[in-house]
Write a protein that binds this ligand. Structure first.
Ligand code: SF4
Ligand code: SF4
Length: 182
């Protein structure tokens, strides 16, 4: 396979949706970084903080994902969870829906999540956190209606279970950031 280098282009989703420690100054989730100059990207690209240089964007690093998966196009931000998770769950891949909730039934997304779960890769679904609050997310691999639907290759039931999981995220009580971060 020939890998074509991916470019962020006009995307600045991570510069808005993630909470970042920008060299001592905290940028809250849901707030566009003051250094972002959409649609041109980062206004301080050459001197951007280390946290931005080392950010692992799922779209960039998963070679099977084409241009339609760029986060500003598909409204899904893919991130890798690493290190001990506060909820005790495993490392894995997180899909954050940053736009319309209806995107949960996007065929490539449903198929990709199903493939990862079949392969026993830990998968999370999340929504962006509001400024000052944590991003609500759910671990998908333990949701029996979802795994059963995937095992039956039932697309409608898989989509319905993912929609239900997204609703759980949406209904999750808002959790303020730890005081040290707020
Ligand atoms: S989300 Fe990915 S593609 Fe978009 S600006 Fe960030 S690194 Fe680039
Ligand atoms: S410093 Fe640049 S790369 Fe980092 S969050 Fe801000 S705009 Fe994005």
């Amino acid at each position: 396979m020939i890998l074509v280098p991916k470019s962020c282009g006009a995307c600045s989703v991570c510069c808005k949706e993630l909470m970042l420690d920008l060299a001592g100054s905290l940028k809250l989730a849901g707030v566009l970084c003051p250094h972002a100059v959409p649609p041109f990207g980062c206004g301080i690209y050459d001197t951007r903080p280390e946290v931005c240089r080392s950010y692992f964007c799922g779209w960039h690093h998963l070679p099977s994902l084409g241009a339609e998966w760029r986060p500003d196009a598909c409204e899904v931000l893919i991130a890798f969870r690493t290190g001990p998770a506060p909820d005790g769950k495993k490392d894995g891949i997180e899909f954050m829906l940053t736009g319309a909730r209806a995107k949960i039934s996007w065929l490539p997304l449903v198929e990709y999540i199903a493939t990862l779960i079949v392969d026993n890769d830990p998968v999370y679904l999340s929504l962006p956190g509001e400024p000052g609050y944590q991003s609500p997310g759910v671990y998908l691999n333990d949701i029996a209606p979802l795994t059963d639907a995937i095992a039956r290759r039932d697309f409608a039931a898989t989509t319905a279970a993912l929609t239900q999981a997204l609703q759980v995220c949406s209904d999750y009580p808002k959790t303020p950031l730890p005081q040290a971060l707020a």
